[in-house]
Structure formats: C-alpha cells, structure tokens
Write a protein that binds this ligand. Structure first.
Ligand SMILES: [Zn+2]
Length: 192
C-alpha cells in the first residue's frame, strides 16, 4: 500500500515538472511580445520616413523620443558609446539609417560620442539652431529627421569638425568581417 502511494506521488510530481518545462517557452514568448516593434527600422531601405508623432512615441523608448523628436539632450557622460573603441557602424536608432563609421570616432571629452565625419553626405541634415542663446548647427538623421545632436568646428583633422551625438539615438553594429578576422588571428597583447 505504501509503495502504491509513493508511486502516485512520484507520478504527480513528474507531471508537474513536465508542465513546468512546457509552460516556460510560452512565458518567454510573452516577454518577447512586449518588445517594441518598429515598422520603419531598416538598415537597407533609404526612402525617407515620416511618421506621426504619436507613432514615434509608440516605437521609441521615452529617452529616445525625448532626444529624437523633442530635440532633447541626454545627460553628459551617460552613453555607453562615449568611450567605445569597437569597430563597426553607428546607425540611427529610430530608423536604421547609417550615420557614422567607428574609424571617424574620437574622444572629445565633451561627454557625448563624437565623430569627425558622417558616413555619407545624405546621412545627415544640417539646420541652424539659435536656441539657448547660442549659434549652433543642429544635425538630424537624413532619413527620419531624428534630432541627433550638433556639429562644431573644433574637431580634429581631416575635417576639423566635431559631431557631438546623443548616444541614446545611436544603434551600433559590430563589423562582421573584423570579428571573424579577430577570432582567426587575435592581435598580440600590447600591440595596437
Ligand atoms: Zn533616422
């Protein structure tokens, strides 16, 4: 009799464990469903993007919306990209437009990721900005007009320009061929 009860308990526990395993993937799926879905984000489509403001609000994070659509500025020194030396391309986080290559990035010490040259002329829109008692040039994404930051004429050669960009509106993609090369032939320590 005792053995039979034990058998029932074991069976019961086993069924419960199975249920636990099967229910896990659906819990993960629910989490995935809450990830924001941005229908205009594309790294290959170059057609200009014009979304109503309430649509942008749905697809961008509050920080991205504040910078990109309300011309806000992220707190200096808060971007993970400010000191990043990874090799790859920086895209517009709102629409996927290619903006800067990592080899034009430099440490300006201004508190934001800085570049001396955009990836192409069409990548950026330049607009005079006379707000806050300053004469500056605003830079916006050439595809979706997201506010990115400003450009100043105190950058390094060859352009002498400093594109001071809010990191929250950048989306970095590591160069794939570099990654492969690095794995196949890692550089000797100390050498750069
Ligand atoms: Zn954009």
């Amino acid at each position: 009799m005792r053995i039979k009860i034990n058998w029932y308990i074991t069976t019961f526990i086993t069924i419960f464990m199975w249920y636990g395993c099967y229910s896990q993937p659906s819990a993960k799926k629910n989490n995935m469903d809450t990830v924001k879905n941005n229908p205009v984000f594309s790294k290959t489509d170059t057609a200009t993007v014009a979304l109503p403001e309430d649509e942008w609000k749905k697809v961008l994070t509050p920080e991205q919306y504040y910078v990109a659509r309300q011309k806000g500025t992220e707190r200096p020194g808060t971007s993970k990209y400010e000191y990043s030396k990874e090799i790859g391309t920086y895209y517009c986080a709102a629409c996927g437009n290619g903006l800067f290559k990592s080899d034009t990035k430099f440490e300006s010490g201004c508190g934001w990721p800085s570049f001396y040259e955009p990836i192409s002329k069409a990548a950026i829109i330049y607009t005079p900005d006379n707000t806050h008692g300053m004469q500056r040039t605003e830079v916006q994404c050439g595809r979706c007009k997201a506010h990115l930051g400003h450009v100043f004429e105190d950058g390094p050669p060859p352009t002498g320009l400093r594109y001071c960009i809010n990191g929250v509106i950048l989306d970095f993609e590591k160069a794939k061929d570099v990654e492969k090369k690095y794995k196949a032939n890692p550089p000797a320590s100390g050498g750069e």
